[in-house]
Design a protein around this ligand. Structure first.
Ligand code: ADP
Ligand code: ZN
Length: 246
């Protein structure tokens, strides 16, 4: 049983647990009860209730996690949170984002609330694959919607090699249409997290990204200067573009 936890526990904590188990086994017949209690404690307190438990790999396989939602829903924050936790657990982390334009080419991902994490800008999924170090345990990908279709094969390949792949991206474009490779990634992911922003018009749960400037381009890079989070009722799909909501 200890070997299951060994990969995710700090050595100091493992030493304490091992001593505790040895003492329990030697001292009385309550060893079984002690063991159950200990397992309960570790499950309840040592692991985050969500992704941390997944590090408890039984067979060496990796997996894919996808974080989706509208703009301002907190996708980058959530990605950065998971990556920081992985780094604290001393796992080797590599982070990528698509090179869209000069503004996106800086070597970090950033949330609208100012959190940051180093990242490597890449142009294609092939370039991302070429940059992967074999010792990497966690691969973070932000703005997944801007990648080419090969990002799906790439994510699968990395998970098959035993890596934890976390992709954050917009599930819908400004017309409410599923965005680029995201629908496919959602289909193949083991774990999906859909998060929501607050509708700037009415304060309800926002599931859509409203473009507030005139442009028919699918990719129009911007933040609150060009986009707003909107709920189903307040979202007005772009009039010129094909949309599921017309
Ligand atoms: P995403 O990556 O989904 O665009 P970010 O992680 O970059 O989102 O930013 C989330 C942060 O944006 C929130 O924590 C909050 O500080 C800020 N924010 C700005 N506008 C909104 C909104 N309408 N709803 C929720 N959060 C918002
Ligand atoms: Zn609304």
């Amino acid at each position: 049983m200890l070997t299951e936890w060994a990969g995710v526990m700090p050595p100091s904590r493992l030493r304490i647990i091992t001593s505790f188990l040895t003492l329990s086994a030697l001292s009385d017949h309550r060893a079984d009860a002690n063991l159950s209690f200990l397992k309960f404690m570790i499950d309840e307190f040592a692991f985050d209730n969500t992704e941390e438990r997944r590090k408890n790999r039984q067979n060496g396989a990796g997996w894919i996690e996808v974080i989706v939602g509208s703009m301002f829903s907190g996708k980058s924050e959530e990605l950065i949170r998971r990556l920081n936790r992985a780094r604290i657990a001393r796992q080797k982390v590599q982070v990528f984002k698509p090179k869209i334009d000069a503004r996106y080419s800086v070597g970090e991902i950033a949330s609208h609330s100012g959190q940051k994490h180093d990242s490597k800008p890449v142009t294609t999924a092939a370039e991302l694959m070429a940059a992967i170090d074999e010792s990497t345990q966690v691969v973070g990908i932000d703005e997944g919607q801007f990648f080419d279709a090969d990002i799906v094969k790439a994510a699968n390949e990395l998970a098959n090699r035993g890596m934890r792949v976390i992709v954050a991206g917009l599930d819908q474009d400004y017309t409410g249409t599923p965005f680029g490779p995201m629908p496919h990634l959602l289909s193949i992911a083991e774990f999906i997290t859909k998060i929501h922003a607050i509708c700037v018009k009415c304060g309800q749960t926002a599931n859509y990204t409203q473009r507030t400037v005139e442009s028919d381009a699918l990719v129009e890079v911007g933040a609150s200067d060009k986009y707003e989070a909107r709920c189903r009722k307040c979202f007005v799909p772009h009039a010129d573009a094909p949309t599921l909501h017309e």
